[in-house]
Design a binder for this molecule. Sequence first.
Ligand code: ZN
Ligand code: ZN
Length: 156
Amino acid sequence: MIVDFSDLKEVGSKKKYTAELDVDHIDFRNREIEIDGPLTVELDVLKTERSFVLSGELEGVLILQCSRCLKYFEHPIEVEISDELSIEDIEDLHNIDLFPIFERDIILEIPIKPLHDEDCKGLCPICGQDLNKEECDCEKESIDPRLEKLKEFKQK
Ligand SMILES: [Zn+2]
Ligand SMILES: [Zn+2]
């Protein structure tokens, strides 16, 4: 999102933006995260002595991959924007790209281990069956410790 802040001269002057950004992905840890539909941005800009203060909200839908069953799912986000751009760091007031800031804010919203559902059962480690759809017949190595106790008891 390219903006022009050259008309914000006086300290205390403000500007408002509403935009729909057509972005189809962002880069995240060498992977691409797909974005479904536009990102909606509402932004207030305030000029201070040495900076522009950005505040607002960004909404959209990310397509994430479930860390257990590997299925892709929609993950709606509502990101609060609260940033400050130092005037010193701006090369051209007519031509400021805010997207890197938004991208960073979005990345902070991505869960470390995304789950399509909190109760996702994942894939069978042996045959790869999606256990959300159907149980498989594989012998699971992890035996419930309570059952283990019961087995010992029976052997005695
Ligand atoms: Zn899942
Ligand atoms: Zn299995």
